[in-house]
Design a binder for this molecule. Sequence first.
Ligand SMILES: [Zn+2]
Length: 383
Amino acid sequence: MFKVVHKDGDARLGIFETPTGRIETPSYVVVATNGYIRAIELDDIPKTQTQIVIANTYHLWRSLGDVGLNDFPGLHDFMEFGGLIMTDSGGFQVFSMGVARETGVGKVFSENPISPKDSSQVKITDSGVYFYEDGEEHYLDAEISIKIQEQLGADIIFAFDEPSSPLHDRAYTETAMKRTHAWALRSLEAKTSNQKIYGIIQGGHFRDLRKQSAEYIGSLPFDGFAIGGSFGNSFGGEKDNTLDEISWANPYLPENKPRHLLGIGRIEDIFEAIELGIDTMDCVIPTREARHGGIWSRYGRIDILKGIYQKDDSFLTENCECYICNEKGITKSALHSLFKEKKLEAGRLATIHNIYFFNDLLRQIREAIKQNRFKIFKKWYLN
Ligand SMILES: [Zn+2]
């Protein structure tokens, strides 16, 4: 399914062979939580250079229900999308509806204030997880997650896991990691389809736990691996960079299998992750920001709602070849007006541009790796 065809330092150029063609990595994975990319239409997807999307098992399970899942045509037909499709395992909701909700702290420590928000909606046991939503209880475990992911029919599915929070101490992080390891085995055993399955490495911000997790998960017959859980905590002073967790795990993973970074994707993170040998990463940044007027340009994120863009007739970013900039000729002032008038079209145009922008950055990164100038390109781009 996947091979590494070239390396520039630890940065890898890889190829996924799919039924509809080849997909080069590194590649950005666009989030399609409910089986669609929010704010855009199905026939907008080809305008964005999107090669890979990830849909959310928990949300699709809740919205389709057991009956809907039985009749589900599969995500490729549902999305009319011929690229690669991934589904996560529902593990992220164990975190987002649990400890993240309870503490107000997300997976990247430095970005979030510590402020308790609400009570947890999950109860975690060794066998599985109970979710409490809308007055109902829903139970998910490794076997159920795999069955749902088989019904959803993505190309790549994930083992069920328990991500830990940056606030968890070593003892709890180890408990969650061991549960994740047990659920990894159960996920492998439960799978009856020929879909590819990734194992997830946990271990939080503890170097020895990340190593242990990568050694164990890396020894299992998974088709690929994902690095999950929390990042960016400097407890213990072992870290130089936000994503050091990747460099703690990667040496213990098989070289010839794909590596995915779960839920991380700021521009600096993309470069750092790829430099450390990550092949794909998913994040809501391009799509979520777009819906709120956050536009990505060569000089960073701009807030298109700001008054200075009211009379700015330049394009969203220079030399952008996306459908919005290049074919429709939408300028900053035009998009500013659409957002001010609260037109639905505003979110659509911004989303198409942003996804194209991120995918095009990844295309440029692949070119740089091919030409052995990744580090030079990284330095120039970030400057
Ligand atoms: Zn554009």
